[in-house]
Design a protein around this ligand. Structure first.
Ligand code: PLP
Length: 378
């Protein structure tokens, strides 16, 4: 099998699997129990939390959640409670887990402004400054776009918000572990274990010093009353192993994936002279490539490739559940309907080799030729 859909999810590392097995076979206690078995787990989780916080810059707090969807929802829910007339700035590029709770508030009468997106997939920072000048309480944006790979320029965002009392919330799911991060000026940041070779069902919410939010889930008071529910100990252990791997291998992974993407781009360009790449290739994440091959249908290609056990995608796994058909990200960057229908997403990771990508391109070429013949012959 050739897995090129690492933005949807990534394969857990062996160290992650082992850590989770240990949590289930040995450390299966409840961290809230008052006996020493529970207490030792509470201490272990405290140590893991401190490690993750340190990775994120060392200041503030980290809470464990069931993933980024819950963490994004928590921030928006808390914002709504504190700002009944609140004004939100977001973008049309957001993942559904941020876009949907914001839309829900918009339907309830909150003011939501969406910043313009440039054809290269970048936020129009002048438009952001203009919108902030008109008034905002929350700016909610994504660090690395999950479909185009465009990287938010956090310096430009900080500049736009300078001197303003605005909560800056960033969805870091496709950024953490993939690009260097600096959380200066960010009030809240979310991440998800399964996107960087950790387990599914575990993620976190980072809050900067002085930021306090309302919980979304009430109950037994775990996570300092911020997120009730018995801790997902296997998930937390697995997440820790994934973070440890980042601590040890981030630079080498980044360099390898950057080279792989350059190799992929070169191979695709020479195989498909009319190919279109979306987003600014100089500045997008090395882990993500969005492209369209004219005269094809991406969804059909995905299924043709799956017959060879090659897995890629058309769009974000969450947006692909939608029925409306129109992809808001493609619309935002001005793709035509034809271009949008032909858009494929390839997401790399460090376990791949150049030969894997050569093999992928050769199979893709066969499928594209077959498909063009079918479509042309209709
Ligand atoms: C940018 C972004 N945010 C949030 C999520 C949701 O993460 P989770 O699966 O942890 O709920 C995803 C998952 O695809 C994502 O890509």
């Amino acid at each position: 099998m050739l897995y090129l859909d690492n933005c949807a999810t990534s394969k857990p590392l062996e160290s992650v699997v082992q850590a989770m097995v240990r949590a289930m076979e040995e450390d299966f206690g409840n961290p809230s129990s008052i006996h020493s078995f529970g207490f030792s787990l509470e201490q272990e989780i405290k140590k893991i939390r401190a490690f993750i916080l340190d990775y994120l810059g060392g200041q503030g707090q980290v809470y464990f959640t069931s993933g980024a969807t819950e963490a994004n929802n928590t921030v928006i829910h808390s914002f709504a409670l504190d700002h009944p007339q609140g004004r939100i700035i977001t973008s049309p590029l957001e993942h559904a887990s941020l876009m949907e709770p914001i839309k829900d508030l918009e339907n309830k009468g909150f003011t939501v402004n969406r910043v313009k997106i440039l054809p290269n997939g970048q936020v129009d920072y002048e438009d952001l400054e203009r919108l902030v000048g008109e008034g905002a309480d929350l700016v909610a944006l994504t660090h690395v776009n999950s479909e185009l790979g465009s990287i938010l320029d956090l310096d430009r965002v900080r500049q736009a918000l300078k001197g303003k009392q605005v909560h800056l919330h960033i969805d870091g799911v496709q950024a953490l572990g993939k690009i260097p991060i600096d959380l200066k000026g960010v009030n809240s940041y979310v991440f998800s274990g399964h996107k960087f070779h950790g387990p599914k069902g575990i993620g976190g919410l980072y809050l900067a010093p002085g930021v306090s939010l309302h919980p979304l889930i009430l109950g037994g008071g775990q996570e300092a009353h911020f997120r009730s529910g018995t801790e997902n100990v296997p998930g937390i252990y697995g997440l820790y192993a994934a973070f440890q791997n980042l601590e040890d291998h981030f630079d080498e992974n980044y360099a390898k994936v950057k080279k792989l993407k350059a190799h992929l781009l070169e191979g695709l360009k020479s195989t498909f002279p009319d190919i279109l790449f979306h987003g600014d290739l100089e500045t997008t994440s090395p882990y993500i490539l969005s492209l369209s091959i004219p005269g094809t249908r991406a969804e059909v290609l995905v299924h043709m490739l799956e017959e060879e056990e090659i897995y890629i995608s058309t769009a974000s796994a969450c947006s692909s559940h939608k029925k409306e058909g129109k992809n808001p990200i493609h619309q935002a960057i001005g793709l035509s309907k034809e271009e949008s229908m032909a858009t494929l997403r390839i997401c790399l990771d460090q376990s791949l080799e150049e030969e894997d990508l050569d093999y992928f391109i050769s199979r893709l070429k066969e499928k594209v030729d077959d498909l063009r013949m079918i479509i042309g012959g209709r």
